[in-house]
Design a protein around this ligand. Structure first.
Ligand code: CS2
Ligand code: MG
Length: 412
């Protein structure tokens, strides 16, 4: 059989998503996530204009060969736009293969290595009290791990920090939609690393005091620190037994993690902005990280992410796949199937999609007692209601910009 048609659907049910819809000559449809937050249309064009025409008529079962063709043949390799496009096709082909085999995808990837995937929720609060309220909400839902982000005295708005509604229901979108009539540009925030470094250990102390030693606590530094600042933070939070410190420095400078390692035993997680195994080469071979943060959506699909995890396995490094709302339910399902199958799974980020998103993408994964499971539906187990999706038109939305108090642009 062959690839007969590739559609690229851009939809915005609550936030923007790009989905490749691949149809075979015998009528099987596979879905792949190509969502790149704030740059969605660039990937849609890459797929429509440069990928889809080259794949029509090819044997859809040759997943590895098609991956290599899309990766090597254009000459311009890697990069987030390219790899999100490669990811979408790859996921769709795996979806088709598993649907044809009549099995949930994890069974094609080697079968289940575990009963479920330990997952962590996003808890945050402008104060430690509000943060603790949010954590209580998640603990009641069964979460055994939470990412804790808190406001810093003196700073107005920090990316990823919001108070949750009563009962722990906490929804935010990383990318802010532009208000009608407003200039089409990201919002801006002000940052002060010294204030943050002073405050964060007290946040860990306040949460440990409330919840005791068992709950797993994670924190995302979101690339904001210099190497020596990161080393200090990793050391300062060490007494509170963090599960991980994520993105303590911008990940592209791999060797700086040596400095952080020299000063602490806080586990480190990096990689949500990476897109290939090569981005991890130093980090993995020198064991400078403990968790791989990539998602299938941004790292070349299941084939790309499986390559990274096979390499990481040799060094005892585990997965902590990226699972924010900007990874679509299709990308999330791909992460879950791979996570269930590989031996070196660690933890899965779980930021549930809004009801509007889930009314368009119908999922079969489930969350129970702190564990996610991809479900038993053949394929990825996600359906896209294309008619409903078409009613939600693309809305420009951008991630924020971060500046220091003197106005200079900072990592965020
Ligand atoms: C965050 C993300 O989930 C995370 O760890 O870093 O929310 C990230 O900021 C967004 O995915 C950016 O698109
Ligand atoms: Mg992150």
């Amino acid at each position: 059989m062959a690839i007969e048609r590739i559609d690229v659907d851009v939809t915005s049910p609550g936030r923007n998503f790009v989905t490749a819809v691949v149809t075979t000559s015998d009528g099987v449809v596979g879905l792949g996530d190509a969502t790149l937050n704030g740059r969605e249309l660039a990937v849609a064009s890459y797929l429509r204009d440069h990928v889809a025409p080259t794949l029509l008529g090819r044997d859809e079962s040759q997943i590895e060969s098609i991956w290599q063709y899309l990766y090597r043949s254009p000459y311009w390799r890697r990069g987030p736009v390219t790899m999100a496009a490669v990811a979408a096709i790859d996921m769709a082909l795996w979806d088709i293969a598993a649907k044809k085999a009549g099995v949930p995808l994890y069974k094609l990837l080697g079968g289940a290595s575990r009963t479920g995937l330990l997952s962590y929720a996003h808890a945050s609060g402008t104060t430690i009290e509000r943060l603790n309220e949010a954590i209580h909400g998640y603990v009641e839902q069964g979460f055994q791990a939470v990412r804790i982000q808190a406001g810093v005295p003196g700073l107005d708005q920090i990316y990823g920090v919001h108070d949750s509604a009563p009962g722990g229901k906490y929804e935010y979108e990383p990318a802010g939609r532009t208000a009608a009539g407003a200039p089409l540009r990201p919002t801006e925030e002000t940052w002060d690393t010294r204030a943050y470094l002073r405050h964060l250990p007290t946040v860990f102390a306040g949460v440990r005091e409330e919840f005791g030693p068992e709950l797993r606590l994670l924190h995302d530094g979101h690339h904001r620190m210099s190497p020596i600042e990161a080393a200090r933070l990793a050391k300062d939070i060490e007494p509170y037994d963090p599960f991980w410190l994520e993105d303590c420095t911008p990940g592209e400078d791999q060797s700086v993690l040596r400095l952080v390692r020299q000063h602490s035993v806080t586990p480190l997680a990096i990689g949500e902005v990476f897109n290939s195994v090569h981005d991890y080469q130093t980090l993995i071979t020198e064991r400078l990280i403990d968790y791989v943060r990539s998602s299938s959506t941004h790292a070349g699909g299941i084939t790309g992410l499986r390559q990274i995890m096979a390499f990481a396995a040799v060094y005892g490094i585990r997965s902590g796949f990226h699972g924010p709302t900007d990874v679509s339910p299709v990308g999330m399902a791909a992460n879950l199937h791979l996570g269930l199958a590989i031996h070196n799974f660690g933890i899965q980020e779980y930021m549930p999609h809004s009801e509007t998103t889930l009314s368009v993408f119908r999922t079969s994964y489930r969350f129970e007692d702190g564990l996610l499971h991809p479900g038993e539906t053949p394929g990825l187990g996600v359906d896209l209601d294309r008619e409903a999706a078409a009613a939600h038109e693309y809305v420009p939305a951008y991630l924020p910009v971060n500046r220091l108090r003197d106005g200079s642009v900072h990592d965020w």
